[in-house]
Design a protein around this ligand. Structure first.
Ligand code: ADP
Length: 456
């Protein structure tokens, strides 16, 4: 879950807890207050009814009732029972109330009970040695309605508050995380090819500023390390070249020496061949180092991809004369400008040669089809073979330097060609896609932006 959502949820849960506690408090406080008011009103009526019941004089009794009706009115379902003898078991049973009910009132102080939505009041009244007990009951319909309304109001209020709090929480956390998202976006765009880029540091004097500075410091250190490593590979490859050229020259000269025994000639030939391979390897490593880091863009020119592919085919014919590479021009775009890319001819040739020669090598010279086409932005070169394929789980690694798939044991190679190709294509703002099935074949699709699309 994203941190923004987490914050919004925690914020909402906290607010829910607080609002819920407050609502419960309000509900019970209101309920207590309404019920206490109602009991009080019932007690007053009960007291009047009790005193009326104690009057011997019937006209006084009716005055009591008259005052009660006139000034207090009746409560809903109001009932009063006068127990002339509170200890009388028969009367108690008739009322079907718990016996503790009749023992509860202490002296003049009435007892209150609430049972099945009905409020009960029990009152003892004594006068002129006469003692009676009044049991009054009524239904607080108005109070119950009030409580139902309050409950509904609190529930609706709670739901609305939650929606409001969650929305606000999301907006709030979104706003707080804006700079972090900007940093993530910027950091994502930084790789070995543009390690010189830095994050924009806004002087906000907060954690975000500290984070941006920390990233930039880390990028400084990474850049220095990358540059050192690259310079090392570059210099080493460069330094290897001269002695290798000398050795291959000497071997070539040795082979042509007159009167040389056959065995020695063969040795010179072996030295020559192996040194050639080493030269190729050091040249590839040098190119890999040069293209892998903030690609150098000198010697860039307009390159026609169809012509380039033809020259790659010529090179393949020289290196692997038994190849079956065919070029399919059927989907060539009518607009010739879609075949022109801006780039380094030598590097692009090396990139496509690697792909085509690999296809010949890993298919033991079975047919390889090269097709050139274009879409709205890219000129597309598709190289398809019917070779050994690449195991599914290894496809993602074939552009990693020195990686070789597990099914290549019987083929020679160093795992440098494709990483170099990848770097070259990326340096030209293009991309390479690979589709492969073991024992069926492999398809490399290269996309290069044509010259005018780069500037448009
Ligand atoms: P290598 O010198 O091993 O050919 P590359 O860098 O050119 O090195 O290729 C890397 C790996 O990618 C190869 O070792 C091989 O496993 C795989 N690969 C490249 N092209 C093909 C292909 N056309 N068919 C099958 N596997 C291939």
């Amino acid at each position: 879950m994203r941190i923004q959502n987490k914050i919004a949820l925690i914020f909402t849960a906290l607010s829910a807890g607080i609002i819920l506690a407050l609502s419960i408090f309000v509900y019970f406080f209101a309920s207590e207050s309404i019920s206490s008011g109602f009991f009080h009103r019932l007690e007053v009526r009960s007291d009047i009814v009790g005193h009326a019941g104690l009057q011997e004089n019937k006209s006084l009794t009716s005055i009591y009732y008259d005052i009660k009706e006139r000034h207090l009115g009746s409560l809903p379902y109001e009932k009063h029972r006068i127990l002339p003898d509170p200890t009388d078991e028969a009367t108690r049973k008739r009322l079907a109330l718990p016996s503790s009910f009749f023992e509860a009132p202490q002296g003049d102080i009435p007892a209150r009970f609430f049972n099945h939505d009905t409020s009960y009041v029990v009152l003892r009244i004594a006068r002129d040695k006469r003692k009676i007990m009044v049991v009054s009951s009524a239904l607080d319909t108005y109070g119950m309605q009030e409580m139902t309304n309050l409950k509904n109001l609190l529930i609706i209020g709670f739901i609305i508050a939650m929606v409001f709090v969650f929305t606000l929480g999301k907006l709030f956390s979104n706003e707080i995380f804006k700079p972090i998202r900007r940093i993530i976006r910027n950091v994502k765009g930084i790789n070995a090819h543009n390690l010189h880029q830095r994050l924009v540091v806004e002087p906000t004097d907060d954690d975000v500023e500290a984070l941006s500075r920390t990233f930039n410091d880390m990028l400084d250190r990474l850049e220095v390390t990358f540059e050192m490593q690259n310079n090392f590979v570059s210099n080493a490859s460069h330094e290897f070249r001269t002695p290798l050229t000398v050795v291959s020259g000497e071997a070539e000269l040795g082979m042509t020496m007159p009167g040389l025994p056959e065995g020695a000639k063969e040795s010179f030939l072996n030295i020559y061949k192996e040194v050639e391979k080493l030269e190729h390897l050091t040249t590839s490593m040098l190119s890999l180092a040069q293209t892998g880091f903030d690609g150098k863009k000198e010697n860039w020119e307009e390159v026609r991809i169809d012509e380039l592919i033809l020259s790659v085919k010529e090179a393949a014919d020289r290196i692997m004369p038994d190849n079956h590479v065919t070029i399919d021009f059927d989907q060539l775009p009518d607009d010739e400008s879609k075949l022109v890319v801006l780039g380094n001819l030598a590097l692009l040739k090396a990139a496509f040669s690697n792909i085509v020669l690999n296809s010949c090598k890993y298919s033991d010279n079975k047919p390889v089809r090269v097709r050139i086409s274009a879409d709205a932005k890219y000129v597309i070169v598709e190289v398809a073979d019917q070779g050994i394929g690449i195991p599914d789980r290894e496809i993602g690694q074939i552009f990693v330097p020195f990686f070789r798939a597990s099914n290549t044991a019987r083929y020679k190679g160093y795992g440098i060609g494709l990483p170099l190709t990848h770097n070259i294509i990326r340096m030209h703002q293009g991309k390479v896609e690979v589709h492969s099935r073991v024992e069926e074949g492999t398809q490399f699709i290269t996309f290069l932006p044509f010259k005018y699309s780069v500037f448009s």
